[in-house]
Design a protein around this ligand. Structure first.
Ligand SMILES: [Fe+2]
Length: 394
């Protein structure tokens, strides 16, 4: 996705005899968009596709049906109240979803006991709190709070945590990538892109390869809200080497280089990743608009084709009140949205913001699940009623 990498040993030519240990290695091609997109080619010591057992384990405990419950209104979900504890895979709860995107919150406190994978989606996980590493057959990605962690669809992996961790998991159900406009015709990130190739934390190759990670042979595979259990005949991490452009990575949100204008630039200025049917934006500490009459606070707007969700990380958000860390707000299509009373007026002359937040805009309607309704702040939409000040966290 970012650029081509090679780890370990690979043959000079794909699809040819390769016997690095004297035994024929088994090629394993991970391809996107059929066979026409990005790909990675792995070399296993043993056949990677032989299984001992496959069974349906039923519904994922955190999966829930997204449903429309009537009112078009601004909503606020206190994601810090989603039940905590458990492993990253089992403890995730689906809060919002449409055909393009699933939004899960997980607050795990222990490692995944098995390998896990998502057959529905690439996953972009924002680490709100915690640190650790994600192990995969392509190597180990280290993460800490403030990182986005990208995991390609259906790649077996497991999260190993240094302690209690808070994750916002975005399921990109068709695809997610670097926006095409950030690349030059040669595929490099452009010099005016908001990040560089060097900002991405690539998978590290352990001494002796991923086989030394002693990966479990049991895989839990998420597909349409249900979990399948697969027991592999061979170690899925017995990879001798690989090369290609599909690999997991971490990207620190603070590596995002924001742009500021003389007068206010639109939210598209903050785009970080683009997915099928949605974009992900990063709001990071930055200088604000510097023109003498500039209003740095976002203007009220009717973005009539998008639902807008913001996940607040830290700092004082320029346009909002009544929200705090781990607040997840949904501002839907159909009603103008914009700053809370007082924010717009008081922003004139302000030159800096320390806000840190992740925003995603979707074209299709995002529907809440009962997991979201269980942690909803019912008074949030009153915050824009003239003469009132609402908010549970301010
Ligand atoms: Fe907006």
């Amino acid at each position: 996705m970012i650029h081509r990498l090679q780890r370990g040993t690979v043959p000079a030519t794909p699809h040819t005899v390769f016997k690095p240990d004297g035994e024929l290695a088994y090629e394993h091609c991970l391809t996107r968009r059929g066979f026409e997109g990005a790909y990675t080619i792995m070399y296993h010591r043993k056949p990677p596709h032989w299984v001992r057992e496959e069974e349906d384990l039923g519904a994922h405990p955190g999966a829930a049906e997204p449903t429309w419950d009537g009112a078009v209104r601004r909503r606020h979900f206190l994601s810090g109240n989603v039940p905590a504890n458990g492993d990253p895979f089992a403890s995730r709860h689906l809060l919002l979803a449409n055909a393009d995107l699933g939004v899960w919150i997980a607050r795990p406190d222990r490692d995944d006991p098995t390998l896990v994978a998502n057959a529905d989606a690439d996953e972009l996980t924002f680490v709100h709190q915690g640190s650790g590493r994600v192990e995969s057959p392509l190597g180990v990605v280290h993460f800490s709070s403030g990182d986005y962690v990208y995991m390609p669809r259906a790649l077996p992996h497991r999260w190993r945590l240094a302690g209690p961790t808070f994750l916002l998991v975005l399921e990109a159900r068709s695809w997610i990538d670097v926006p095409h406009q950030f690349r030059n015709p040669s595929g490099q990130l452009r010099m005016d892109a908001p990040y560089t190739h060097r900002d991405f934390k690539e998978p590290e190759w352990p001494e002796g390869g991923p086989a030394t990670l002693a990966a479990p042979r049991e895989l839990k595979l998420l597909r349409r809200g249900r979990v399948s259990r697969v027991e592999w005949a061979n170690d899925p991490f017995d990879v001798i080497g690989w090369d290609g452009q599909v690999w997991p990575f971490a990207f620190p949100i603070r590596a995002y280089k924001p742009k500021t204008g003389m007068i206010h630039l639109p939210p598209t200025t903050h785009i970080t990743f683009a997915g099928g049917g949605f974009v992900v934006c990063s709001f990071v500490p930055r200088m604000l608009d510097w023109g003498p009459q500039a209003i740095p606070c976002p203007y009220p707007h009717s973005s009539v084709d998008c639902d807008e969700v913001i996940f607040y990380v830290e700092g004082q958000f320029t346009s909002r009140r009544g929200v705090g860390p781990a607040s997840l707000t949904l501002h839907p299509v159909g009603v103008p949205h914009g700053p809370h009373p007082g924010r717009y007026e008081n922003s004139v002359g302000v030159r800096r913001t320390d806000e840190l937040a992740v925003m995603f805009d979707t074209f299709a309607q995002l529907l809440p699940t009962d997991n979201a309704r269980a942690v909803e702040d019912p008074g949030y939409n009153r915050g824009w009623v003239e003469g009132t000040v609402a908010g549970v966290m301010e």
